[in-house]
Design a protein around this ligand. Structure first.
Ligand SMILES: Nc1ncnc2c1ncn2[C@@H]1O[C@H](COP(=O)(O)OP(=O)(O)O)[C@@H](O)[C@H]1O
Ligand SMILES: [Mg+2]
Length: 214
């Protein structure tokens, strides 16, 4: 049994390295990651870039350890420029939304990630890989695009963030790739329920999305 070494922590999970090739992602508030693991296995089978899952047990997900920075790190360090970062995000959305939903009877429904922002994309030698599938569900693809725009705009409108200006440029470049955001209001409701910011801050971010493409 390999010792697990702390590797990274996000909002919801702690990630431990399990040797050179695997990590364990442990949800801090418990839960059951089986559905998330099953979705990741399905997506991988469809050729969508997600880590390979080896085991799902309660709050623990054991998967391939990806080598490379997150897209956020790549943008901050200049390894990726804004335009390619925006293209990566838009392309990952389009590839995901090209797949058929599995449960919804609505023929327009697609699998949505709903938290597809630069910290949930890792830039590897084999291309960008999407992590952190705990928010995924099925629905309208425009909601997924709106969530990405809104989350980037939350950083862009945060006066305390050293990355506010970068996020503002990324927002504009992302909207240039995707066109106008259609489902911003439902995205605001979802983010207000599930995000960390108070409703006033989410509304500020939404206003920035509107003016960015207005
Ligand atoms: N498969 C992986 N390989 C390497 N690092 C990972 C992997 N999965 C997650 N990480 C690292 O752990 C961080 C948090 O993981 P994430 O799944 O995004 O959890 P959270 O829900 O807490 O944001 C990521 O930003 C990344 O740096
Ligand atoms: Mg994350």
């Amino acid at each position: 049994m390999l010792a697990a070494t702390p590797l990274a922590s996000g909002r919801d999970a702690d990630v431990y390295a399990l040797g050179a090739d695997r990590v364990i992602r442990r949800n801090r508030d418990g839960g059951d990651v089986r559905a998330e693991a099953e979705l990741m296995a399905y997506l991988r089978g469809q050729g969508y870039p997600v880590p390979e899952v080896f085991r799902a047990d309660g709050p623990d997900l054991e998967m391939t350890r990806l080598a490379g920075p997150t897209l956020a790190e790549a943008l901050v360090t200049g390894v990726a420029d804004i335009r390619s970062g925006a293209r990566i995000l838009a392309t990952l959305h389009h590839r995901l939304h090209a797949l058929r939903a599995r449960r919804s009877p609505d023929p327009a429904a697609r699998i949505l990630h709903l938290d597809l922002h630069p910290e949930n994309v890792m830039v590897t030698a084999d291309g960008p890989v999407v992590i952190d599938w705990g928010s995924a569900r099925e629905g309208a693809p425009e909601l997924d695009l709106a969530m990405t725009a809104l989350i980037v705009a939350e950083v862009a409108t945060d006066p305390t963030s050293p990355f506010a200006a970068l996020a503002d440029e990324l927002l504009a470049a992302f909207l240039a790739e995707t066109g106008p955001v259609r489902l911003l209001d439902p995205a605001v409701s979802l983010r207000t329920r599930t995000g960390l910011l108070d409703p006033r801050r989410v509304a500020q971010a939404a206003a920035r999305v509107r003016t960015a493409h207005g």
